[in-house]
Design a protein around this ligand. Structure first.
Ligand SMILES: Cc1cc2nc3c(=O)[nH]c(=O)nc-3n(C[C@H](O)[C@H](O)[C@H](O)COP(=O)(O)OP(=O)(O)OC[C@H]3O[C@@H](n4cnc5c(N)ncnc54)[C@H](O)[C@@H]3O)c2cc1C
Length: 567
């Protein structure tokens, strides 16, 4: 018997959980999440959420900063929407119980602040003075944060609020495999839910829903080095693509320049603040190298530093470079970077005495499933929110701290758009999951081998610096791996590892296709064969099953009057 619900939410990060909380006022919500409910990229977010709250800040300034980062591909309506809705979304999080840092003169007990910013007051009279950080790319202080573990606090608050809500049911260790599109069974072109693997029981259940919401996050695991959680395997993008949805701008993957390189430390970020305080990037023989790349040296923008490190590693064959802060007073280092000091010590690295081995790491997927301003995808019945969606906000490069914001704003928009779901129609008759001739796997080594191969080839050929030749090599190898994965998929019972491998292979294919079709260097896409921006290519790269990646319509300069669509 299928499970039924009004809203099926796939994923329990900031996007999925904030949608669930709002939608629960209108119907029954089922959240499926492939590990425990608090495991997500959201949990690891450090910096915070961008919102215009300070007296000297303005929506125009936040819009402008976002457009500068996006290198000509932002959809201005999406930018405008996110920026204007940010203060209200911060209030929603606080109402859900999130505690953010307050400016020194305020405490959580002091609810009436005399120095409230006019914007905060206008957006929400209950808003009190929050401590606002400044981050690279933002021209004003506007980062709402909870120490340097903002994501952990947001996830805690949202999970607690969801646990207390009787209209929301969460199934941990349940992984969505594929969307159920009725066209596949001779019906209309509409999605009716998803097949979901109960990971612990090894059984596939059918979930029927009036609306299916993809909130499955990013895809950092497609690269060998990533800051992302293990859950970030691009499942939502892969599922939507297989079901025939339009996907866009997959070539724009943001890399963080410095992630700890250590066999046991998979995802630890070494904050840019270290370079801000004078840490020097060195080759393995100790020579500093940033002056050869940019006059701003270690303080050059994120993508330039990441590219320089990548170039050094490719040139020398080294597996990492070094980040050195040993010339600073040890007490200063320990006081300013207690978290980094403690984490590195766990791996036997005393950063006051020895340089830190670092590599750049895949951090954020700017592209994803194409949506309009209400989160609708091109498949009726499917919405996409958060990092798996391409809303047009980020363009060709993401401005720091805009992504948690985007997740909430589009979750809110989708919940509003879905306030009334059609409940009168009978549930469609769809077949249960068919195991066919499949048997239990006796060759799991195929999965580990292909995971490693795929992630390494993406790192080497489709990473920070690309070329047409490297992309062609990658495309050939990915096609071969996909053949092997497909054979395995049909012959053996599905497992989470196999499904994730199948999904990262699809995401890899999409990144390569989009990168190969973009014949310019723009934002996060840098290719040795086309070093400049091409003004004629100021368009999204769109791709759909059966339709090769191609440039879409021009990105609208002005809001599209009378239309809800972002493009
Ligand atoms: C180290 C780090 C630091 C960051 N710092 C910041 C920051 O300071 N500010 C900022 O704005 N952004 C930051 N980001 C980016 C930001 O955290 C993410 O973009 C954002 O949290 C994504 O939210 P989401 O809800 O879309 O996805 P996630 O939070 O990743 O949640 C995805 C959920 O989907 C589930 N899932 C995935 N596939 C399936 C499936 N097939 N079936 C069922 N469940 C599935 C996962 O288990 C997870 O619960 C950072 C990211 C990282 C990794």
């Amino acid at each position: 018997m299928p499970l039924t619900c009004d809203y099926l939410v796939i994923g329990s990060g900031i996007a999925g959980l904030s949608f669930a909380l709002e939608a629960a006022t209108n119907g029954e919500v089922l959240v499926v999440t492939k590990r425990s409910r608090d495991e997500s990229n959201t949990k690891y977010a450090q910096g915070g959420i961008a919102a215009v709250l300070a007296e000297d800040d303005s929506f125009e300034s936040h819009v402008q900063d976002t457009l500068v980062a996006g290198a000509g591909l932002n959809h201005k309506r999406a930018v405008d929407l996110c920026v204007r809705e940010a203060p209200g979304r911060i209030t929603m999080l606080r109402d859900a119980g999130a505690k953010f840092d307050l400016a020194p003169t305020h405490s959580h007990a002091d609810e009436s602040s005399p120095s409230l910013s006019s914007r905060a007051r206008a957006a929400n009279p209950a808003q009190q003075d929050l401590d606002l950080h400044l981050e690279g790319g933002h021209s004003k202080r506007r980062i709402v944060h909870a120490g340097d573990m903002t994501g952990r606090e947001i996830e805690r608050a949202l999970v607690e609020a969801v646990n207390a809500n009787r209209n929301i049911r969460v199934l941990d260790e349940h992984m969505a495999i594929d969307l159920i599109t009725l066209a596949k069974y001779g019906g209309p072109e509409v999605c009716a839910g998803a097949y979901v693997l109960d990971v612990e029981q090894g059984k596939v259940i059918t979930v029927l829903a009036r609306a299916t919401i993809l909130a499955s996050g990013g895809a950092g695991k497609v690269y060998l080095y990533t800051t992302n959680s293990d859950v970030a395997t691009g499942d939502g993008v892969a599922m939507a693509f297989r079901a025939g949805a339009e996907v866009a701008n997959m070539e724009f993957y943001q890399f963080h320049p410095t992630c700890l390189f250590h066999p046991q430390a998979k995802t630890f970020l070494i904050s840019e603040a270290l370079r801000g305080e004078g840490a020097i990037l060195r080759r393995l023989d100790g020579t500093p190298f940033m002056k050869e790349y940019d006059p701003r040296m270690e303080l050059a923008p994120r993508d330039i530093v990441a590219r320089a490190i990548d170039h050094e590693m490719k040139r020398s064959g080294a597996e990492h470079v070094l980040l050195d802060i040993t010339h600073k007073d040890a007490t200063f280092v320990k006081e300013h970077f207690p978290g980094i000091f403690a984490e590195c010590m766990r791996y036997g690295i005393d950063i006051t005495r020895e340089p830190i081995p670092v590599v750049p790491a895949a951090h954020y997927l700017c592209g994803g499933v194409t949506t309009d301003l209400g989160g609708r995808t091109t498949i009726p019945g499917v919405w996409a929110i958060g990092e798996c969606a391409h809303t047009g906000l980020h363009g060709a490069n993401r401005l720091a701290s805009n992504s948690l914001l985007e997740g909430m704003v589009f979750a809110h928009g989708a919940a509003k758009a879905l306030a009334e779901v059609e409940r009168s129609k009978p549930w469609p008759d769809v077949p249960e999951w068919d195991v066919g001739e499949a048997v239990p796997s006796d060759e799991a080594v195929v999965i580990t081998q292909n995971w490693d191969e795929l992630r390494r080839l993406m790192w080497n050929y489709v990473g920070i610096v690309r070329s047409s030749r490297r992309l062609r090599r990658a495309a050939r190898r990915i096609a071969l791996l996909q053949e092997e994965i497909a054979e395995y998929y049909w012959n053996y019972f599905v497992t989470r590892d196999l499904l994730e491998l199948r999904n990262i292979a699809t995401v890899a294919q999409l990144i390569v296709e989009c990168a190969a079709a973009r014949r310019e260097s723009r934002g996060l896409h840098f290719t040795l064969d086309y070093l400049e921006i091409d003004s004629k290519s100021a368009r999204d790269m769109v791709v759909k099953r059966g339709v090769p990646a191609h440039l879409g319509l021009p990105v609208p300069e002005k809001p599209v009057v009378g239309s809800e669509r972002a493009r």
